[in-house]
Design a protein around this ligand. Structure first.
Ligand SMILES: Nc1nc2c(c(=O)[nH]1)N[C@H]1C(S)=C(S)[C@@H](COP(=O)(O)O)O[C@H]1N2
Ligand SMILES: [Mo]
Length: 352
């Protein structure tokens, strides 16, 4: 792990909490345990005056109330969402930003109306290629005052399963998760799913706002453009077995059979398998995958029975997806500390 974190990083960490890894035991994360990432402040929204403005290259601009959006066709989809900065604390050299360990993930049942259908209803002009989603929250980042805003190619929206969500796990969105309406883009890293949505604008070229042009790109040097971050690389996490030691959070497990359980997800292609190592990544054995009861866009549960011998052990798990991507043993480095999907390592002491 990197150097000590600063007070500035602690300020971010105290606002933006992760999902305790024992919460991997739930198929759907209880909403208060879902991770949280907010760049600026949670905005103060009155649902009476709130409107979603749909404009730009559309046939009929719209200004919709929440009730109007709620009367549209709706779907509920279980989505595993992960921050692109998950794993950042484990990259070397240290990157200063929200100091995630491995817990910037959660799975929720989001209910809302498909974005593609809404855009088709308002009429997409022939010269539209990009869809910009703008939030109500404002801040200064990289010296630029801005509203949080991200875009996606129109083709992604039309072919994909993105929704405008007004409910999560059966209740209206809580303030911190984007009340009254947010975008949810299954399979993509969390930065794509704009909260507190205020407008959708169709554009004739890709949007180059701060969160597209500067943030959320993998760069080896501050002054290069780098590659945009899109879909989630495969990752598997296990429920830490046994009980924790208070300060180190290393685990204490009694000798004998120990069932390891975890979850794995990937945004580009489905999970193909999960392997477990009980010797720090030297040797691997295949875990058993549960069925995909939650659907394509949510994590897959897995299990593995470990015959634990007394002594110190390092447990690891790694996911593979159908496109041949496998989690690396070493953390990849880039300027933002993004997309570090190196295998999880859990120190365990097995007692007699
Ligand atoms: N408007 C707005 N949307 C946002 C953000 C934000 O700061 N403002 N953070 C993004 C990032 S980086 C992530 S990882 C996810 C987190 O969603 P959650 O807080 O509901 O878990 O929201 C995304 N959408
Ligand atoms: Mo994020």
């Amino acid at each position: 792990m990197g150097d000590a974190i600063s007070v500035e990083e602690l300020q971010l960490a105290a606002r933006n909490h992760g999902m305790p890894l024992e919460a991997l035991r739930w198929d759907v994360t209880p909403i208060g345990l879902h991770y949280l990432l907010t760049h600026y402040d949670i905005p103060d929204v009155s649902v009476h005056s709130w409107r979603l403005e749909i404009g730009g290259l559309v046939e009929r601009s719209q200004s919709l109330s929440l009730d109007e959006i709620r009367t549209r066709p709706s779907v509920e989809v279980a989505v595993t969402m992960e921050c692109a900065g998950n794993g950042r604390v484990h990259v070397e050299p240290h990157v200063v930003s929200q100091p995630w360990l491995l817990e910037a993930v959660g799975t929720a049942r989001w209910r809302g109306t498909p974005v593609a259908g809404l855009l088709e209803d308002v009429g997409i002009r022939g010269d539209a290629v990009e869809v910009l989603f703008t939030g109500l929250d404002r801040g200064v980042e990289g010296g630029e005052e801005q509203a949080y805003a991200r875009s996606l190619p129109l083709s992604e929206i039309l072919a994909g399963d993105a929704i405008l969500a007004y409910a999560v796990n059966g209740v209206p969105l809580p303030p911190q998760h984007g009340y009254p309406l947010r975008l949810v883009v299954p399979g993509w890293y969390g930065m794509t799913s704009v909260k507190w949505l205020s407008s959708i604008t169709l554009l004739s070229e890709p949007f180059d706002g701060y969160q597209m042009r500067h943030s959320y790109r993998t760069r080896q040097h501050e002054d290069e453009l780098g590659e945009p971050i899109t879909r989630m690389a495969p990752r598997s996490l296990m429920v830490p077995p046994g009980i924790p030691e208070f300060m180190s959070r290393s685990r204490v497990v009694p000798a004998g059979l120990c069932e390891l359980r975890g979850r794995a997800w990937a945004g580009e292609s489905e999970i193909a398998g999960v392997d477990v190592s009980t010797d720090g990544g030297k040797t691997w054995q295949e875990a058993e995958l549960d069925d995909d009861a939650l659907g394509r866009w949510a994590w897959r549960a897995w299990r593995f029975t470990w015959d634990a011998d007394p002594g110190d052990h390092e447990l690891c798990c790694r996911a593979r997806d159908g496109a041949g991507n496998v989690q690396p043993l070493e953390a990849p480095w880039n300027v933002g500390g993004y997309m570090n999907n190196a295998v999880q390592r859990v120190a365990v002491t097995v007692t007699e």
